[in-house]
Design a protein around this ligand. Structure first.
Ligand code: GAL
Length: 530
C-alpha cells in the first residue's frame, strides 16, 4: 500500500494530525528557520542501492569484504540488496516529497560509473542510472546534493594500495571529472569525500572496515593526507574546468563531535584541544584556516610522540609549501556530520590505555558520553543537542564563519514506527541549529540521517537510522513513515519546532484510511437518499 499509494496515505495522515494539532492552543514559537534555509534527507550508495553486480557495476571494497569475510559484520549480512533503491528510487523520491524536503543528499557508487576504478572505461549504464535519479529529483523540485565518494572504493584500486597509493589523487580527480562532465549541468552541490576521519580510522586505523588494516599511528595519518590532496584535486578540477559554465559549489564532508573538557584542570583543557585537533582540525585546518596546513598542536603532538618512540622524523608526513597552498581554501562549504558530544580528559588513568603508536596515544586524551543524556540504540550516540550549537559557534569563531551544511545528523533506534527517541533527538538538535543561526552562524541547510533504514556498515542491519522504516523481510523493501517523519515534515512546513505536535504514525494504516473513506461514502450516500 505505501509503496504505491504512499503519498496519499501520508497526506491523509498528516491532515488528520494537523487538524488535531490546530484545535490545541499553541505556544508561539520564538525562533524560526528562514525561508531560504534548506532541509533535506541523506543516504549513501552502498547503504541503500543494492544491485551490487548489476548493469556492469564492478566490486567495491565493501562488496569484497562482505563476500569474503562476512564474519566481520555483526549479523553477517551484506548490501547486495539493501533497500534496493537501484530499483526503488522513485519511491525514495516520493518519500522526499512526502517529507517536504527541498534537497536530497545521495552518493554515487564509483564502481557503477568506473567498474575498473580508472577513467579509461566508463560504464554507460551506471551513468544512465544516476541520470534517471537526478532527472526524477529535479522533476519533483528536489535539489540533488551529491557525494562523490562515501567509502565504497573500487576493490581493484585497493589492490593497488587504495588510499596508501599516491596515485589515488589522480584516480579520484579523474573520477570526479567524469561526474562533473556527466551530471554537473544539473548537480550544483557536490561533496567530494565523506568523513575522512571515520573512513581512515576504521579502514586504516583500527581494521574494522575494509581493507581492515590496523595501523592507527601511521596509515591512519597517510589516509587523511591523501584524502586532503584528493579533495583539493577535485576542487581545482571543478574550478579550472567547470565552475565558469556550471556555477556550482564543491565542499567536503567532515564529521565532528563537540567536546567539553571533563574539568577545569589544565590537563583536561589541553587534552580536549589536542583531541579535537586530531579528530577534526586534521582535516578542517588545512582547508578552512587562514594559514592552512595541519593544526600546530597536532603537528607538535605527533612529532613529540614520534621522537619519544625513537623515530628520527614524525610519523605524520607533512605537506610542502605548494601542497599547503593547493589544499588551503579547497572547499566552497563545510558539510558537517554531527552525532554526539563527548567529555574529554587527560590524567594518569590514560597512561597505558592506547595502542602505541596510535592517533589516540598521540592525542593522549580519552573521552566518554555523559550517562545522564538520553541513550539510543547506538551505544556511541546519546542525545545532547546543545553540543551542535557549541560546535557551530566554534566553527564560526575559529574558521571565519564558513558556509556550512549539516550533511548528517540522526540517531539509531530499534524497529517500530513510534520512534520517540528520534523525535526527541531531532527536536533537540534542530533547536540547537536555530540557536546557532540566531548567533550568526552561516548554516545554510540540514540533512537528516537518514531518509530510511539502511545497511549500517559493519553493524549490518542491526541499527535503524531511518525517518522511514524499511521492511527487509519484504522483497519490495516496503518503506513506512515513522513518527519522526511526520514531526520532521511539520518542522519543515512550519519552520518552527512545535513540542506539542504528537502525530500517530499508525493513524495512516491501510485499514484506518479504508474505514475513513467508507464512513465518508456512507455519509454522502445517506445524504443523497434523504
Ligand atoms: C556516518 C556515516 C553514515 C552513517 C552514519 C550513521 O558516520 O557517514 O554513512 O553510517 O554515520 O552511523
Amino acid at each position: 500500500m505505501f509503496s504505491t499509494n504512499g503519498r496519499f496515505v501520508f497526506y491523509i495522515c498528516w491532515l488528520l494530525t494537523i487538524s488535531a494539532a490546530n484545535t490545541r492552543i499553541k505556544t508561539l514559537p520564538t525562533k524560526q528557520f528562514p525561508r531560504e534555509f534548506s532541509f533535506g534527507a541523506a543516504t549513501a550508495a552502498y547503504q541503500i542501492e543494492g544491485a551490487w553486480d548489476v548493469d556492469g557495476k564492478g566490486p567495491s571494497i565493501w562488496d569484497y569484504l562482505v563476500h569474503t569475510d562476512p564474519g566481520h559484520i555483526t549479523d553477517k549480512s551484506n548490501g547486495d540488496i539493501a533497500d534496493n533503491s537501484y530499483y526503488n528510487y522513485k519511491r525514495d523520491i516520493e518519500m522526499l516529497r512526502e517529507l517536504g524536503v527541498s534537497h536530497y543528499r545521495f552518493s554515487i557508487s564509483w564502481t557503477r560509473i568506473l567498474p575498473f576504478g580508472r577513467a579509461n572505461y566508463v560504464n554507460q549504464r551506471g551513468i544512465d542510472y544516476y541520470n534517471k535519479l537526478i532527472d526524477e529529483l529535479i522533476a519533483n523540485d528536489i535539489v540533488p546534493f551529491t557525494t562523490i565518494y562515501h567509502w565504497d572504493l573500487p576493490q581493484i584500486l585497493q589492490e593497488h594500495g587504495g588510499w596508501m597509493n599516491e596515485k589515488i589523487v589522480d584516480w579520484f580527480g579523474d573520477y570526479a571529472r567524469i561526474l562533473f562532465q556527466n551530471f554537473g549541468d544539473r548537480v550544483k552541490l557536490w561533496t567530494t569525500i565523506n568523513e575522512p576521519f571515520v573512513h581512515c580510522y576504521f579502514s586504516y586505523g583500527y581494521g574494522v572496515h575494509p581493507p581492515r588494516i590496523r595501523s592507527p599511528g601511521v596509515q591512519f595519518y597517510e589516509c587523511g593526507r591523501q584524502i586532503l590532496l584528493a579533495n583539493a584535486r577535485a576542487y581545482h578540477i571543478y574550478n579550472d574546468e567547470f565552475r565558469s559554465t556550471q556555477g556550482g559549489k564543491v565542499g567536503i564532508g567532515l564529521n565532528s563531535e563537540h567536546v567539553f573538557p571533563a574539568s577545569d584542570s589544565k590537563d583536561d583543557i589541553e587534552g580536549a584541544k589536542d583531541y579535537l585537533a586530531i579528530h577534526f582540525g586534521q582535516y578542517m585546518h588545512p582547508i578552512f584556516s587562514k594559514s592552512g596546513n595541519y593544526p600546530q598542536r597536532m603537528i607538535h603532538r605527533v612529532q613529540a610522540a614520534s621522537t619519544a618512540q625513537g623515530h628520527n622524523s614524525s610519523r605524520l608526513r607533512g605537506f610542502n609549501r605548494e601542497q599547503i597552498t593547493y589544499i588551503k581554501g579547497s572547499a566552497d562549504f563545510l558539510g558537517l556530520n554531527h552525532y554526539y558530544t563527548k567529555y574529554v580528559y587527560r590524567n594518569s588513568s590514560v597512561i597505558g590505555v592506547f595502542e602505541v603508536p596510535s592517533m589516540d596515544d598521540d592525542a593522549f586524551a580519552d573521552s566518554y558520553l555523559d550517562q545522564s543524556w538520553p541513550s539510543s540504540h547506538a551505544p556511541w550516540i546519546r542525545e545532547y543537542g546543545p553540543g551542535l550549537h557549541h560546535l557551530l559557534v566554534h566553527i564560526k569563531d575559529t574558521y571565519g564563519n564558513p558556509l556550512v551544511y549539516i550533511t548528517e545528523n540522526g540517531v539509531s533506534t530499534t524497529a517500530g514506527l513510534n520512534d520517540h527517541t528520534r523525535v526527541s533527538y531531532y527536536r533537540s538538535y534542530l533547536s540547537a541549529v536555530l540557536e546557532a543561526l540566531a548567533e550568526g552562524c552561516n548554516v545554510q541547510g540540514y540533512f537528516a540521517w537518514s531518509l530510511m533504514d539502511n545497511y549500517e556498515w559493519s553493524h549490518g542491519y542491526t541499527h535503524r537510522f531511518g525517518l522511514y522504516e524499511v521492511d527487509w523481510e519484504d522483497p519490495e523493501r516496503t518503506r513506512t513513515p515513522r513518527k519522526s517523519a511526520f514531526v520532521y515534515r511539520e518542522i519543515i512546513r512550519s519552520r518552527t519546532i512545535d513540542y506539542n505536535y504528537n502525530p500517530d504514525p499508525y493513524a495512516g494504516s491501510t485499514s484506518t484510511i479504508t474505514s475513513s473513506l467508507l464512513v465518508l461514502v456512507i455519509v454522502v450516500l445517506a445524504g443523497l437518499i434523504s
